[in-house]
Design a protein. Structure first.
Length: 337
């Protein structure tokens, strides 16, 4: 709080006060009161007013400087009221009461908003689980009657199943902590489950799947990790090259502090200018329309889930050559005791 700004806003009061003093002086002088007495009387009234104003300024300065300082150092600005002491002047007390009512109203609105979001999330999850039943039936029918059902129909059912999964995991990713169950998970088991799910696509596209995970285990959530690896494998299948023998290599390396899982394919790769944006929401880049239409949500969700789980994911690629996805799992000394 600046003194000159305070004086500026009090200028009208100061002008009125100075006019009053001037008129008093002129009146007393016209009544031929001794000048010494005039200055004495004016001083009696002026000095207390100045002292009171200085005291009021210092009180307000301390309070408003505290607000500014706390506000600048708070990440969550709406918690400012919790950091303030009760002021000892009326305007400060009034401001605190206003801030309390604002905070209360905001909390009520946030709670209402959170409840609506949670209700919508529950509805979406319920709808997805209901939709999964007929999709699973269609998948089973396609598998059992391949000779009667065209490949395009089978492909569309698979795409529908993948999109439904995307919606489910995207819905959950915003509050994924509630669904996570961290435990020791064998990489072999997760990768086998993903490979089985994509078996038909791998065989149809004549892709060699090479897995070398050395019986390593990581601390994660198995279903979320399965979704993450499934998205990466799907991309490797989707963006394979037609002019070479395709392969997907999955291997793990253990270091002192981490276990690194690598998924390597020799597909069409990612353009250099697109590489920094692969985790952006809805980003499809050059490859988005090169092979099949893409939503651009897969890697965005994967990145979010890795952050929630405490894993790190990186992508390295050379266009028309290779793509390597690395997932880093931190080691927890607590579990190694």
């Amino acid at each position: 709080m600046k003194l000159w700004k305070y004086i500026k806003f009090k200028m009208l009061d100061i002008i009125i006060f100075l006019l009053s003093i001037t008129l008093s002086f002129l009146l007393l002088n016209a009544l031929k009161v001794d000048k010494v007495l005039i200055f004495f009387v004016i001083g009696i009234f002026t000095i207390p007013v100045i002292i009171i104003e200085i005291k009021n300024f210092l009180k307000r300065k301390k309070y408003y400087d505290e607000i500014k300082f706390n506000l600048n150092n708070l990440d969550k600005k709406y918690l400012i009221l919790e950091t303030l002491n009760t002021p000892d002047f009326y305007e400060g007390v009034l401001l605190n009461e206003i801030l309390y009512e604002v905070d209360k109203s905001m909390a009520e609105n946030v709670n209402c908003y959170a409840k609506n979001i949670n209700d919508f999330k529950e509805y979406i999850e319920l709808w997805i689980h209901e939709a999964k039943l007929p999709i699973s039936t269609l998948t089973l029918l396609c598998h059992n009657h391949k000779d009667k059902i065209t490949k395009s129909v089978i492909d569309q059912v698979k795409r529908l199943d993948n999109y439904i999964d995307e919606v489910l995991y995207y819905t959950r990713s915003n509050c994924a902590e509630e669904d996570f169950h961290l435990k020791e998970v064998a990489l072999d088991k997760v990768i086998s489950s993903v490979a089985l799910k994509n078996k038909d696509d791998i065989l149809e596209n004549d892709i060699d799947l090479i897995v070398k995970t050395r019986n390593l285990s990581v601390y994660t959530d198995s279903k979320w990790l399965e979704f993450i690896i499934n998205q990466i494998i799907n991309n490797a299948i989707k963006y394979k090259r037609d002019d070479v023998k395709s392969f997907i290599k999955i291997y793990a390396i253990e270091t002192k502090k981490t276990i690194e899982l690598y998924v390597w394919d020799n597909g069409i790769g990612i353009a250099k200018e697109d590489l920094p944006k692969v985790f952006n929401k809805s980003f499809t880049g050059k490859n988005g329309s090169k092979k099949v239409k893409s939503t651009g949500m897969g890697l965005y969700i994967v990145n979010n889930l890795c952050k929630k789980l405490g894993h790190k994911i990186n992508v390295y690629s050379k266009e028309e050559n290779l793509t390597i996805v690395r997932i880093s799992f931190g080691k927890n000394d607590y579990y190694d005791v």
